[in-house]
Write a protein that binds this ligand. Structure first.
Ligand SMILES: Nc1nc2c(c(=O)[nH]1)N[C@H]1C(S)=C(S)[C@@H](COP(=O)(O)O)O[C@H]1N2
Ligand SMILES: [Mo]
Length: 198
């Protein structure tokens, strides 16, 4: 996928904490398929739309008022860099999904700027995913997806949609941007699910 900032240097060394085919980087590369959208906080909203068409919407202030968590996780990009011990702050998706009546098994996440990515709904639950607005003790910068991005660290990082705007809950899986272009539907880095058929 489009490398915008290729000027980083990976170290090759065996490390059990790295999924197969990955190398470590200390930098935080920026990978964006298009320009960085600038979203005004007073216009920002996050919307979950159920398969029945019911919309659940949070303004920036409403989202910030929800209980947040600080998490430290490893992230793995399909272009083979991994970064260990990244620290984030955000709202668990469990909280946003808690009161939503749905029979859906899938989510199609969409971002300001038009990016999309799909995941099983189960992968957004049980403490596995966050709506992240803080990174390393500061506000999440725009290049890394601020005001807020999805954080789903157990899958390749393309599933962690930057500038996230909402998601549609679906009874049937629908591919997102990279998945339509041949990347794996699920994207488990430990099973090296980079491309369709892996
Ligand atoms: N909206 C949006 N989200 C996105 C992307 C993108 O191009 N647009 N790129 C994905 C990819 S391929 C990766 S590896 C990570 C990169 O996040 P970073 O730029 O903060 O490192 O964001 C993911 N989320
Ligand atoms: Mo990526």
């Amino acid at each position: 996928m489009g490398i915008v900032s290729p000027g980083f240097h990976g170290r090759r060394r065996p490390d059990v904490k790295l999924p197969p085919g990955q190398y470590l980087t200390e930098d935080f590369p920026v990978l964006s398929a298009g320009p960085t959208p600038r979203v005004r906080l007073d216009h920002w909203e996050f919307t979950i739309t159920t398969e029945a068409g019911k919309e659940h919407r949070w303004s920036w202030q409403e989202m910030l008022a929800l209980p947040a968590e600080s998490v430290t996780v490893d992230i793995h990009c399909v272009t083979r860099w991994s970064k260990l011990g990244t620290s984030w702050r955000g709202v668990p998706l469990d909280t946003l999904l808690a009161d939503i009546d749905t029979a859906a098994d899938f989510a199609l996440v969409h971002s300001y700027g038009g990016y999309t990515t799909n995941l099983p709904l189960a992968d957004l639950l049980d403490g596995q995913a966050w709506l992240a607005y803080g990174y390393d003790g500061a506000d999440l910068t725009a290049e890394h997806g601020g005001p807020a991005r999805l954080l789903v660290p157990h899958l390749y990082f393309w599933k962690s949609a930057k500038w996230v705007r909402g998601m549609r809950l679906l009874l049937h899986d629908e591919p997102g941007f990279w998945e339509t272009l041949g990347y794996h539907d699920y994207g488990d880095p430990w099973r090296e699910q980079r491309y369709q058929g892996d």
